[in-house]
Each structure stands twice: as C-alpha cells, then as structure tokens.
Design a protein around this ligand. Sequence first.
Ligand code: FAD
Length: 434
Amino acid sequence: MTHVAVVGAGAAGTMAALHLLRRKDSRALRLSLIDPETGTGPGVPYRTADPRHLLNVPAGKLSADVTVPLEFVKWLGNNGLPGAGPEDFVPRGLFGRYLSGEFEGARDDRVTRIHRRAVAVTRQGDGLSVALGNGDNVQADAVILAAGPNIPGTSWAPTWLRDSTVFVDDPWRPGALDDIPEGGDLLLVGTGLTMADMACTLRSPGRVVHAISRSGLLPRAHRPRPSSPVSAPTFTMDRGHVLERSVRYIQDVIAEGGDACAAVDALRPRAGVLWAGMTVDEHEQFLRKYRRLWDIHRHRMAPQTAARIDDDIADGALRIHRAELRDSAASGVGARVTLSTGQVLDVCRVINCTGPQYDITTGTDPLWSRLLASGLVRPGPLNLGLDTDPDGKLAPGDAPMWTLGPLRRGNLWETTAFVEIRAQAEGLAALIGS
Ligand SMILES: Cc1cc2nc3c(=O)[nH]c(=O)nc-3n(C[C@H](O)[C@H](O)[C@H](O)COP(=O)(O)OP(=O)(O)OC[C@H]3O[C@@H](n4cnc5c(N)ncnc54)[C@H](O)[C@@H]3O)c2cc1C
C-alpha cells in the first residue's frame, strides 16, 4: 500500500489526486489531500463568485479528463448553461465547481481530506512526515507539493501603505473587497489580468479607477477567430542565442503581416525547450526586457472582459498610467498617492493587482522556509518556484517528493495554465501510482 500526501487542494493538487485515483492499478493507494480551504478544486483562481471573472481559455479546452475533451462543456450544459459551447469563455467559479464535482465523484475510502495547513515536511525513514498546523503529523511514502504560490508580493508598496487599511494586499483573499466603499476613486497597481478582473468588479457610476504599471501595457484580447496562420518556428537552439532567435522569429512574423499573439502561440509548444535552452544571462534578459511583452500576448483577456475594459477606458472610468507608485500618505478619502509621472491622486483604496509572486525565497509561509532550510528542496532557476527534474521530482532528488504547476516556473516558465497542470498531473500519477 502506497500512501501519497498531496499538499494543496487547488487545481494542481486536485488534478494530481484525480489522476492517481483514476489509475487502473491504484487500489493499493492511500491518499491524503491537505489544504485548510473548505473546497477541493477551486484553489485561488476558481473560487471567485463574481460572474464577471471569466476563464481566459475557452471551455472546450478545459476538460479535467483529456480523453473526454468536451466534458466541461457537457457539465456546463447540465449545470445552468445549456447553450454553452466549446468556444465560450465562462465564469471561473463554474470551473471551480466542476473540479470539485470531479473530485467528489472520484473520492472513496482510499481518500482522507484534511482541512489543515501543512507547516513542514521532514524525512521519516524511507518516507516523509507532513507536519500540520494543529500539531498532527501525516506519514507518507511520497509527497506532492501543490500549494501555489498564487499570492501577490507586496515589497513594492511603501511602508505606510502596506500597514494601512487603505491597502488591499491580495484581492483574491476571500472577503478582501468587502469593505470597499461604493463611491470614491481607486488605484489598482498592475495592469494585467487581475487588474482587468478588479476593474470589472469595482466599476461604479462616477468612480474613476486608475491602474498603473511600469509598461502601462494591457493583456491582448482573445479573438473570436484566429488570425491567419503563421509559419512554425524552425530556428536552431544555439547556446546563448535562443532568446535572440525567438525575438527575431516574432519580429519576422509581424513583418510578414502576422500578429504577435499568433507568433507567441506558435512558440508556446516549444516554450519549455526554449526556456531550458537559455543561459542564465538570457533568462535575466527575458525577465527584464521581454517578460511583460510575452505575458500580454500569451495570457489574453476573454473577449467580453476586453470589451468592458475598452468601454471603461473610452468613457474615462478606467485610466491606465505608465507609472510607478512613488509615495503615499493618509488623506481625507483614504490615501493621497504620488506617481512617478508626478501626478497626485486621491483614492479610497489601493489594490495590489501585481499577480502571483513566484520567488519562493520571499514568501511568508513557514512551509517553504522550513523546506528550503532543510535542504529537502531548493529554489528553481532565478528563485522561481522549486527546482525539479524533467518529471517534476524535486531536486536535489533524494526524497520521494514531487511538484507540479506554478511551482515549476523556474524550470519550465510556461507551467501555470490548467492545460499544463493537467498534463503534469497525468505524468506524476503514472510515476508515483505505479
Ligand atoms: C487570478 C487567476 C486567474 C487564473 N485564470 C486562469 C484561467 O482562466 N485559465 C488557466 O488555464 N489558468 C488560469 N490561472 C492559472 C492558475 O494558476 C492555475 O490554473 C491553477 O489554479 C494553479 O493551481 P494551484 O493548485 O497550483 O494553485 P492555487 O490555486 O493557488 O492552490 C493552492 C492551494 O494550496 C493551498 N495551500 C497553500 N499553502 C498551503 C499549506 N502550507 N498547506 C496546505 N495547503 C496550502 C491553498 O489554500 C490553495 O487552495 C489563473 C491564475 C490566477 C491567479
């Protein structure tokens, strides 16, 4: 009997659990799924109850079971959206409910769902022991770490702001938006997908929502129909020239009349190989110079979200600034903030929309600091997530521990989307469950 402890019951942990349970040879398996959340499946992105927060992938690509491609579309049809089709972008909360349902359907006496926080993992003979927040321990033969990270960093915020009630440090924390006044202007820090969701949620008559970022660039929109096909990349992976060739490929596509989104889509299946082929210098250059450009073309807004954002920009309700936050102080309405452009704004809240913080060395969860200090795991390249082998086994590799999803960012770069998580979960189940 193999006992697998999965830490984290968001999309990644739940998909790993589902794949393990569905294996034909998994009768000799015991599974503990550890996460303090009430739900199993939604994790951070898919627990939102706001119907304006849409998936940024069409429903037809999001089946939990890759052998039944339209399973999620069928689920939508049976759960209040009879007209939903594979091309539709539907509320993320529905996807969370679907994943929960899949887990509940597969759950049986092999599974223990533990609603606690894991605070440490240590060696125990040939296996591992997961320490829980209440002092209990779970002994396991193998551990899958699937605990995010999807929490945004706050080190950019001035001290006064960070300590003040005007600051919303993590807009995805349940209840984080509850006490935002109906009126009063807002400052959203970040201009990516989280900003787009927050701008949709918090728009209100007479309110101006300001959004700032260094680039001032917004994610592109998904188009109802793809642009004309572009030729697939064929360049060679010469050491030290991978980034330059990738950038040139995108420039060539644009010069030939294609669009950057199509070029990024064509590169994406090779993203892991390209990332692994880059030198440290190239990684650093990518993060400094091209990351934002990659992200806005790769992680696109659902068409409905993009239309709302366009409307709000057109009528002045949403103002995008290419700026950083320089200073903040208390004011009558909440905070007076000074931007690097010199502009001064009076806002009732400042909302952190900077997105997940992938630097594993800066998080506050003791699970990571203890694991790193113990040497059982080490940070991934550039401190992004944790270092793994190509199968997701955690380096240095002498403990039976694996990970998947956002925690593999340093090794793979493109590893946060559900479709990537699904493929990794299947691979892990084949390795651990056999
Ligand atoms: C706002 C947002 C929207 C997104 N939208 C999309 C989308 O539309 N399509 C798409 O493909 N991808 C999307 N993504 C990407 C997304 O990261 C992945 O799809 C996926 O949700 C990652 O799952 P996860 O389980 O690794 O992380 P999470 O969802 O963060 O789940 C981690 C879980 O671990 C638990 N946990 C944390 N610490 C501990 C601990 N110490 N002990 C026990 N449990 C712990 C948490 O409670 C949480 O439930 C989105 C991401 C974000 C942040």
